[in-house]
Design a protein around this ligand. Structure first.
Ligand code: SF4
Length: 255
C-alpha cells in the first residue's frame, strides 16, 4: 500500500477530477487500504476520514461507508460544539453503525476561557488562540497518533476562494499523508440530490440558516444570508476563513 509521497498527482487528478465521488473513495480505498494494528498504540496507516458532523456531513460519510463500512471517522471535540451537533452525531452513530473516534481538547473548556481572558462564552475575542489550543492541537494529535496514509475530507471548491484552489488528491506535508476530497467539485445542489436520493438527514441547525457549522460562539458560527458564500458565517467579520486544519505550512494557518 502507498505510504509516502510517491504518487503521480498530475495523472491521478486528471483522472479523478470529474468522476463521481464514490469512484474517488473507491480509488482511495484501493490505494491506501485499512489501518494496521501497531504494538504500542492505535492502528496506523491506511485510509481514514474526518468529519465535523456539520450541515451536510452525512453526504461525505455515506459516500465513505458505502465503500468502506468501518472506516475510522475522526471527530475533533473542541469543548465548544453545539449540543445539536453532539446529539446529531450520536443519532447518526446508532443509525449507520459508524466507527467514530472522538479526540478531545486537553483543556477544560470553562477554565481555558477564564485563563485566556475570554469572559463571555458566547463570543471569542481571540479566535486564532482558541482554534490553536482547542482545535488544531487536537487535530494534529489525532493525525500523529493515527498516522494515516490517506485522509478523506469533506471540503468543497465552491465553499470559499481558498478551497477553490484545492485539488482532489493532494500531498499534505503537515500530516505526512495524502488528503483526498471526494466532493470537491460538487455543488450544494449535487449534495442535496445525493442526500435526498439516500434519505440522509441534514444537521438540525441547517434549517435555521447555518450552512457551515463549527463551534457554538456566535463569532465562530452564524447563519448565512442569501448573498454570503458557504463559509461566510464562520468567524464573520474577522477575516478568518479556516480554523487551520486544512491549511499547510506557508498558507498562514494556525498551528
Ligand atoms: S471555532 Fe471558535 S470556539 Fe471553536 S476552537 Fe475555534 S475559536 Fe474556539
Amino acid at each position: 500500500m502507498t505510504t509516502a509521497n510517491t504518487l503521480n498527482l498530475d495523472e491521478i487528478n486528471a483522472k479523478l477530477d470529474r468522476v463521481h465521488p464514490a469512484e474517488i473513495v473507491r480509488w482511495a480505498s484501493e490505494t491506501f487500504g485499512e489501518p494496521k494494528a501497531t504494538a504500542d498504540g492505535p492502528a496506523a496507516g491506511g485510509l481514514i476520514m474526518t468529519s465535523s458532523f456539520g450541515a451536510e456531513s452525512m453526504c461525505s460519510i455515506h459516500l465513505a461507508i458505502s465503500v468502506v463500512p468501518r472506516i475510522k471517522i475522526v471527530v475533533v471535540n473542541t469543548g465548544y460544539l453545539f449540543a445539536e451537533t453532539l446529539s446529531f452525531m450520536q443519532e447518526m452513530r446508532k443509525r449507520f453503525d459508524l466507527n467514530v473516534i472522538e479526540y478531545h481538547t486537553k483543556n477544560d473548556p470553562v477554565v481555558w476561557l477564564t485563563v485566556h481572558g475570554e469572559p463571555d462564552p458566547r463570543v471569542r475575542k481571540n479566535v486564532d488562540a482558541c482554534c490553536a489550543a482547542n482545535k488544531n492541537e487536537v487535530f494534529d494529535r489525532a493525525m500523529r497518533e493515527l498516522a494515516p496514509a490517506g485522509w478523506l475530507r469533506g471540503v468543497r471548491a465552491d465553499q470559499s476562494s481558498e478551497r477553490g484552489k484545492m485539488q482532489v488528491v493532494q500531498w499534505s506535508k503537515r500530516y505526512n499523508c495524502y488528503a483526498i476530497s471526494p466532493i470537491l467539485r460538487w455543488s450544494s445542489r449535487d449534495i442535496w440530490q445525493y442526500m435526498k436520493e439516500h434519505d440522509l438527514p441534514y444537521h438540525p441547525l441547517w434549517e435555521k440558516g447555518y450552512v457551515s457549522i463549527g463551534c457554538n460562539p456566535s463569532t465562530c458560527t452564524a447563519p448565512v444570508g442569501e448573498e454570503g458564500d458557504q463559509r461566510s458565517g464562520r468567524w464573520a467579520g474577522t477575516g478568518k476563513k479556516e480554523c487551520g486544519i486544512h491549511l499547510e505550512p506557508g498558507d498562514g494557518g494556525v498551528g
